[in-house]
Design a protein around this ligand. Structure first.
Ligand SMILES: C[S@@+](CC[C@H](N)C(=O)[O-])C[C@H]1O[C@@H](n2cnc3c(N)ncnc32)[C@H](O)[C@@H]1O
Length: 293
C-alpha cells in the first residue's frame, strides 16, 4: 500500500513492557504492526501476541508485517473495548495502547482525516460504522456541533464555526474536507490564526474523536482492561492529546489508590529531541505506564 507508520517511543515502550522470551502481550491498537513486531522479536522464540485493530486498511498492513511470526500472533478485527471478553479467563504480561491515528489512515486519500488533500468527509476508523463526519456536520444541531468542537477540540471559536457551518449547510450539504476547511478559515478572525497550526486542526480533531467515540472507548478499556493483567503485568498507553492523557492519568491514580496498580510514570514520558526531529508526529506523544499489584 506504500504508506508506512513509524512507531513512537519504541525503546521506551519495550522497556516498560519488560518484553522477555515466552511472555504474552496484547497490542490493542495494531496499526501498521510496528510496536507489535518489536514485541514479537523481543519475546522470541515462543512469546505470543494478541492484536486488535478495527480498521480494514491498517489490519491488512499489520497482517502483512506480522506474517513472519506465524502462529505466535492472533489478530482480531475488533474495537478494543471488547478486550476483556475476547481474553475470557486468560491473563497476559502486558497491554499496549497506542492511541490516535496511524499514518496509514492520515495519509490515505479518501479517508477524510487530513485537510491536506481534498476528499469526502469520512473519518471513520472502522469502515463498518454507520456515521461519517459529513453526516455529523450536516445533521447535528448547531448547539451540539458547538459543544463537540469545544469539548473534543478545545476550540475557542466553536460557536462561530458552528454558525458558519449552519449557514453553509442551508445552501447545500457539506461533503468534502476542503469545503469544511474553508468554512473554518472564514469563521475564525484572521488575527487569531496560530502560526503553529492550521485553523482547521482543532475542528478536524473534534470531529474525528466524535465519529469514532474515541474518549468513550478509552474510558471503557481503562475500566476493565487492567483486570486481564497478571500480577506484575504492565499497561502502557501512548496518547496524543490532553483529553486522553488526562483520562489515563486519573484512572491510573484511582487504581493506585485502590491498590490494584502501581504507577510507574509519575510524569508522562515524552520522546527524545532526536525522535521529535526524525518523526514530527511523535511530538505530542505522552507515555504512561502502570503495573498490576
Ligand atoms: C497510532 S496507531 C497504532 C500504530 C502502531 N502502534 C504501530 O506501531 O504501527 C493507532 C491504531 O489504533 C486503531 N484504533 C484506534 N481506536 C481503536 C479501537 N477502539 N479499537 C481497535 N483499534 C483502534 C486505529 O485504527 C489505528 O490503526
Amino acid at each position: 500500500m506504500g504508506l508506512k507508520h513509524i512507531p513512537v517511543m519504541v525503546e521506551e515502550v519495550m522497556a516498560f513492557l519488560k518484553c522477555e522470551t515466552g511472555r504474552t502481550y496484547v497490542d490493542a491498537t495494531l496499526g501498521g504492526g510496528g510496536h507489535a513486531s518489536e514485541i514479537l522479536k523481543r519475546t522470541a522464540p515462543d512469546g505470543a501476541l494478541i492484536g486488535m485493530e478495527w480498521d480494514e486498511d491498517a489490519l491488512a498492513e499489520a497482517k502483512n508485517v506480522l506474517m513472519p511470526f506465524g502462529d505466535r500472533v492472533k489478530i482480531f478485527r475488533e474495537n478494543f473495548i471488547h478486550l476483556s471478553d475476547l481474553m475470557k479467563a486468560e491473563s497476559v504480561d502486558g497491554i499496549l495502547l497506542d492511541l490516535g491515528l496511524s499514518s496509514i489512515q492520515l495519509e490515505k486519500e479518501g479517508r477524510g482525516f487530513s485537510f491536506k488533500g481534498d476528499g469526502p468527509l469520512d473519518m471513520r476508523m472502522d469502515q463498518r460504522m454507520n456515521h461519517t463526519a459529513a453526516h455529523l456536520i450536516n445533521h447535528l444541531s448547531l448547539e451540539e456541533l458547538e459543544y463537540t468542537l469545544s469539548l473534543y477540540g478545545e476550540e475557542r471559536w466553536a460557536k462561530r464555526i458552528a454558525k458558519a457551518i449552519g449557514q453553509e449547510r442551508e445552501r447545500e450539504p457539506i461533503r468534502t474536507t476542503q469545503t469544511l476547511r474553508k468554512i473554518i478559515h472564514h469563521a475564525i478572525p484572521r488575527r487569531f490564526y496560530s502560526w503553529r497550526i492550521d485553523p482547521a486542526t482543532r475542528t478536524f480533531q473534534a470531529l474525528r474523536i466524535r465519529v469514532n467515540d474515541e474518549l468513550e472507548n478509552l474510558r471503557k478499556l481503562l475500566e476493565t482492561g487492567w483486570k486481564i493483567l497478571k500480577k506484575g503485568g504492565r499497561m502502557c498507553i501512548l496518547s496524543f492529546h490532553s483529553l486522553e492523557d488526562r483520562m489515563v492519568k486519573e484512572t491510573f491514580r484511582t487504581l493506585e489508590k485502590q491498590e490494584e496498580m502501581r504507577v510507574l510514570t509519575k510524569k508522562p514520558v515524552t520522546p527524545s529531541e532526536e525522535e521529535r526531529k526524525k518523526n514530527p508526529r511523535s511530538r505530542s506523544a505522552k507515555l504512561r505506564c502502570a503495573e498490576r499489584i
